[in-house]
Design a protein around this ligand. Structure first.
Ligand code: SF4
Length: 431
């Protein structure tokens, strides 16, 4: 059934639920994890005079209330929904969705529970059987798409905008064409803007044929001090930047921060990627503000990815890394803190990768980014954790790796290729 068909004449109240996803507390209100679909549904339901309540399902408790402040209406003990809508994100977080559905079905056994969102759209059959919900809503709810989301339900100072849906491409690693099969775009967004900070959720923002018009709108709004911050969640399609470099200048003029370039292909593309980065630096961005989006634990092995990382260090840019999980993967128990490692029973490991390669690459990226951000030529965990005597730390903080390594026992050189099994400094021996 369509979502709209679940809204009956006697539907008076709807409970909107974000499952207890394992999002770190500091990221809870971050734009990457805002349940934007539920906020749109909330606005749509309000147009029908339906009361809504948004909750974050935490620890099997109805009081999991979006950081104690995300409720749109004062919590009522007698809130009795006629319909419950649960959102979903990644397929590998399906168990959190199932827990939320089970909890609310127990609490309100007669109330239908629907699940929508990315997991629901990618694996509707699995979602229906595994979560035991009453219905799965695939894709977007058309009627809610054009409405401004109910930002009053959440405590954030930014708004999320899609200028497009779908994508002009069809990359093998990506589920966009399944979730949003239609490529659609807007010509203007100025009437949607209600906050000073904007985060674009487009999959491929600059592919919008009206992107220049939209950026001109944003430049005007910036001049009028109606907006102050713009960011794009996804990396830019650099092939478009090469064809239309003037877009980079408009992005800079509009105040877009921290542009990202996607580099999913091989090392052979380095020259092209460098051209794309140069277009951004010529438009006024500093290299260290730019980030290269990289998918790892996929076709390219550790060695090639590590050489790509070294290239990025040469160019002075950061890396936004993304560990690949198959689109139909329904679990992911990867733990970054497992010193003894994990195996493919715990999480997806691509045949070209190993657990130790994944961990090593992730560590390299973290240290790489710290070096780029702080403009230092080496990284040291001991320095970072203030385990080096302060005088010594001050003396060598700005030194080259070659000098630092003589004095800082765990100095790590971002300029060079690191093998997976390199012997790292044994911190326990440092007193
Ligand atoms: S360009 Fe990006 S959003 Fe589009 S299909 Fe490829 S990976 Fe997905």
């Amino acid at each position: 059934m369509l979502f709209e068909d679940w809204i009956k004449n006697d539907t008076k109240s709807v409970l909107l639920v974000e499952p207890d996803f394992p999002i770190p507390n500091k990221s809870r209100n971050h734009e990457n994890f805002l349940p934007i679909g539920l906020l749109k549904l909330a606005s749509y339901l309000r147009t029908k005079k339906i009361e809504v309540k948004l909750v974050r399902h935490e620890n099997n408790s109805l009081t999991g209330d979006f950081n104690q402040l995300r409720l749109s209406i004062a919590p009522k003990d007698d809130f009795s929904p006629d319909l419950i809508c649960v959102t979903s994100i990644f397929t590998y977080w399906s168990k959190y969705v199932a827990e939320a559905v089970s909890y609310y079905k127990t609490l309100y056994p007669k109330v239908p529970v629907l699940v929508g969102g990315i997991y629901a759209s990618l694996l509707p059959q699995h979602c229906k059987e595994y979560t035991k919900c009453d219905d799965v809503i695939c894709g977007t709810v058309e009627a809610a798409e054009e409405i401004i989301p109910a930002y009053d339900l959440v405590n954030v100072d930014y708004q999320i905008i899609h200028t497009t849906r779908g994508c002009i491409r069809r990359c093998g690693c990506c589920g966009v064409y399944e979730i949003e099969p239609q490529w659609t775009y807007k010509e203007s967004i100025k009437d949607e803007i209600v906050k000073k900070k904007i985060v674009f959720y487009d999959n491929n923002l600059i592919a919008n044929p009206y992107i220049k018009d939209i950026l001109h709108e944003l430049i005007e709004l910036k001049e009028q001090r109606k907006i102050s911050y713009i960011e794009s969640q996804s990396g830019f399609d650099g092939r478009i930047l090469i064809k239309k470099p003037e877009i980079a200048t408009l992005l800079k003029q509009a105040g877009l921060k921290n542009p990202k370039i996607a580099w999913d292909g091989s090392l052979k593309e380095a020259e092209n990627i460098y051209k794309q980065i140069s277009i951004l630096t010529e438009a006024g961005y500093k290299a260290k503000e730019i980030s290269v989006f990289m998918l790892y634990n996929y076709d390219l092995d550790y060695e090639e990815m590590e050489y790509k990382r070294v290239k990025c260090f040469d160019w002075g840019v950061q890396i936004t890394d993304c560990r690949f999980r198959p689109l139909d993967s329904t679990f992911d128990n990867y733990s970054p803190n497992k010193t003894k490692g994990q195996c493919s029973k715990d999480y997806y490991i691509h045949p070209n990768w190993t657990d130790s390669g994944i961990r090593k690459f992730r560590r390299n990226i973290r240290r790489h980014n710290i070096c780029v951000r702080h403009e230092t030529e080496f990284h040291s965990s001991l320095l970072e954790r203030k385990k080096i005597p302060i005088k010594k730390a001050q003396e060598y903080r700005g030194a080259s790796f070659e000098i630092a390594v003589e004095h800082i026992p765990d100095a790590w050189d971002p300029k060079v290729f690191h093998i997976i099994d390199e012997i790292e400094y044994d911190r326990s021996k440092f007193k």
